[in-house]
Design a binder for this molecule. Structure first.
Ligand code: FMN
Length: 170
């Protein structure tokens, strides 16, 4: 079956859990972030912040805070990690961050770059030791992160999709 190319991108994106060490280019990263800024936000407030981390030492420190071992990366050693944060009191901060992460993953897929949505590092990202170094606006907290880099190998094919999860009311 042939699909519209945007829908094809949606269907082809898979979580990547093994990355090549080389960094994504500045141009590609700029395009990905530009696309992310066009994700919807509650009331159009754009109240979310992107922290792009490419510093290997800092990524190792976050890994150590998350897993107790700086070689055991919750980001699968991706060369870039983008942390999404929103104001703690924002009613829909989590949703705003999730929408931005989805745009990041789809824009990256369209450019041939792998990603994985990562929530397992949230406690570490919110810890005093790490939070103060994320360059966040006052009162912002991390709600999600996404690993970004070139895939080392093809991701596994998608699981069968459920067939009983749509109800129509006509
Ligand atoms: C909110 C959320 C949190 C996730 N957190 C993690 C995570 O911490 N680590 C991880 O490896 N994958 C994480 N994932 C990725 C899912 O495991 C993945 O999307 C799912 O298994 C389906 O695979 P696919 O993305 O290849 O379609 C997360 C996905 C979502 C939506």
């Amino acid at each position: 079956m042939s699909y519209n190319r945007v829908i094809e991108t949606l269907l082809e994106r898979r979580s990547v859990r093994s990355y090549r060490p080389e960094q994504v280019s500045e141009e590609e990263l700029a395009d990905i972030l530009h696309a992310a800024k066009y994700a919807p936000t509650a009331r159009g407030l754009q109240a979310r912040h992107f922290t792009v981390i490419q510093n290997k030492q800092f990524l190792a420190e976050i890994a150590a805070a998350a897993t107790g071992n700086e070689n055991d990366s919750p980001f699968y050693h991706a060369p870039t990690v983008i942390v999404l944060s929103a104001p703690q009191e924002a009613k829909y901060g989590r949703e705003d961050c999730a929408c931005a992460i989805m745009n990041i993953m789809l824009a990256a897929e369209a450019l041939g770059i792998g990603t994985c949505y990562i929530c397992s590092a949230l406690d570490a990202l919110r810890s005093d030791k790490i939070l103060s170094r994320l360059k966040l606006p006052e009162g912002y907290v991390p709600y999600g992160s996404v690993a970004v880099g070139y895939a080392k190998e093809h991701a596994a094919p998608p699981k069968e999709r459920c067939t009983d999860d749509i109800s129509y009311i006509q």
